[in-house]
Design a protein around this ligand. Sequence first.
Ligand code: F6R
Length: 258
Amino acid sequence: MSRMWYAVVSTADWRYVMKIVVAPDVQHVAEAAFKVMKNTVSEKKDAVLGLATGSSPEGLYALMAKDHSENGTSYQDVVTYNLDEYVGLPQNHPQSYYTFMHEKLFQYIDVKEENIHIPCGCAQDEEKACHDYENMLAKVRIDLQVLGIGSDGHIAFNEPGTPFDSLVHLVHLKQQTIHDNARFFDHDESKVPTMAITTGLADIMRCRKIILIATGANKAQAVHDMVKGLVSTSCPASILQRHPDTVVFLDEAAASKL
Ligand code: F6R
């Protein structure tokens, strides 16, 4: 079996480097990312966490749940902010990000319900919902932000073309994202919501520390463009080259084009 390797990779723009951890498989990726999470919540009991949904952080969340049950690591004073939510899905829809977070993580740890923040996808006034979420985010500084990356290079739901100074906003999901996420909707693209509310790239860049998790060959090109491509809105994740403390956790397949 191949070993874990660490690298500080110079990006296309020589002024920046990115920290990369490559693990042999998905489980080792999750374990490596979990160490950062555990350090954060152990050192700062009232840490502010930024959380993502989707397949990428599932292993990390499972380890957080296991660690809470076995070692009692507490999240009582932790505050969480999720990145995004589909527009039009009620909270209790099986594929809402509200449901995802409760099923995969929140039900297993002692985070207080009132400390959980997830954008509202069913607001009557969607622009106001964006504004309200941005106002909440503006009052805090996220200590550790968990990210995945879309196969088109999106982070949160900041699709290609999103300005780097974007704040919380409504987004029309790109066809590629709808196609990728159809696996959560009986593989039926027509069931995937076409819009979402998402935190912006400027919000993400304000976070103190970022861990980005990507696994599988279908992420290899986006990972390459994020790390080695020019910083460009055509790959929104490339802005992370300019973030002072981002660590990218990859399996061999996702790292195969670096
Ligand atoms: C989800 C999110 C998205 C996902 C990305 C990758 O909250 O912000 O950016 O991280 O679409 O999704 P997975 O991990 O399912 O491949």
